[in-house]
Design a protein around this ligand. Sequence first.
Ligand code: TEU
Length: 573
Amino acid sequence: PAESPWWREAVFYQVYPRSFADSDGDGVGDLRGIIDHLDHLADLGVDCLWLSPIFDSPNEDMGYDVRDYRAVMAEMGTLADVDELIAGCHERGMRIILDLVVNHTSAEHEWFRRAVADPDGPYGRYYFLVEGTPDAPPNNWLSFFSGSAWRWLPEIERWALHLFAPGQMDLRWDTPAVRREVADIVAWWLDRGIDGFRLDVINYISKPEGLPDGNAFVGQLMEFTGVETYFYGPRLGEFLEGLRRDGFTRRTAPASTPRRRLPDGTLGDPLPPDEVGVMVGETPGIGVELGRMLSAAGQDRLDLVFNFDVLDTPGHTRWDAYRYDPEYLKRYFLGYSSRLTDADWLAVFFDNHDNPRMLSKFAGGAESDPDVRTAVGKLLATIQLTMRGTPFLFQGQELAAVDQAFSGPAQMRDVETLNRYASLLAEGRGAAEAWAEILAGTRDHARVPMRWTPDGGFTTGEPWLAGTDRATGFSAQEQAADPDSVYSWHRDLIRLRRANRALTAGGIRWVRPERRGYLAYERFLGDDRFLIECNITPRPLHRPRFDGHVEPLLGGPRTETMAPWAATVGRVR
Ligand code: TEU
């Protein structure tokens, strides 16, 4: 492919601003903190930042409940800080996208306040406000954060829909004014120089006429009654095409554009503005085929989708304290990547702010041994950064971040976690059993502050959420200084990708997939061929013969036996 779009060859890096770096000592990460650490990200070599929400919010769901889309959350800074951050990224050859949460708004958003003040007025149609009686909600849908998805508003004697927290009110996308409002928000931010958005639960936005009940069995299976009625709703494609057409096509010259980053990592002149801001869809429940319908090239809908199937071994959820089956990850990629045509493209992610760390899921507690932690951190980075697709790193992965040894619910901050704990107790589960489930799956594992220095370095105050990891050698300062660290491995791999398009735009060919514990493939483009080999087991692994001379690039020579969790990258001559 002569010139694939920039986001097919980019490495994305998700910043969770609340926990990245706090510059003013209030214990909450802020935009100035990100600006102060841009060189860490530029040195790592990532191409595009994705910031979890920074808009004004009461933080019932840590910014995923927006009160004003054109104002910055007070704890995080100001619009001037955003402008400085955008310029700082572009100057370093990086793009930046924000997190657009428009399946719902905060109940404190002006639109919702106006809707409640006049439910039969224009803003009443922005939300699902259903007349009824307090004893019977309109249907059997459940919220993802425990309890019914309906909230009774006595002052107007109506039920209001909230798929998430009671303060996250679902928008009615079938109301044209809502679609126009969202398109205007997108265009407003693109004019400021943003390069696109990650779109929060964007596949939920088209609810079916009549809001029918969910199938009780499916609800029990999926743990969320009703989800099958709206997770790929009747007008989803239409709404996405409209949002792209009316919002994401750049309408004026942005304040700045990213400088071109050359194959050797040096910086060139600013690029011309992208025709369209990138659209990355967070699409829980969307599998391979539906994902292709939403994101195949030429669809004019989304550019990339997150496929959640990678996160949990089949038959398990993040709550049941299982340890991930690495053979499943191999089957996932074998299956998924073998189903994609050139028109399709995979977003490759293992971690985000909603899930425990894949390193801990893989290592199953053995990561308390720093050598295992380092090996598994490098192994996952190798797969993620050489797999055919666009890698999305989550902050901390470059430091081999792990799950936390939280000791009780008082340490939790996540609304999903706290609601689930309360509902487990209400169901009569013992406190110890309920806590074990929460400890296994809480989103707070991934939300603890970045470790910049051996003694922390995130804040000079009390962090809003305290991490428990004190292991020596895994702060950014220590990792960046160690050529054999997980950080250096990420940086070296990203440099290798940038210098060799076989590793980004190239094809993929699996090597001896039948060999248990051995995950290996070639990446190739023209005469360039690379061999990636991984031992996805905690035991030594005998490497099969390989026809061709392999020049070692990362992880050392092609020994006959691979150490536990070892990964190697070589050029095939
Ligand atoms: O996440 C939606 C989502 O898929 C997860 O919340 C998942 O449904 C939930 O954890 C149940 O397993 C997005 C954001 O990433 C998340 O942080 C927000 O809480 C949520 O939407 C609501 O905005």
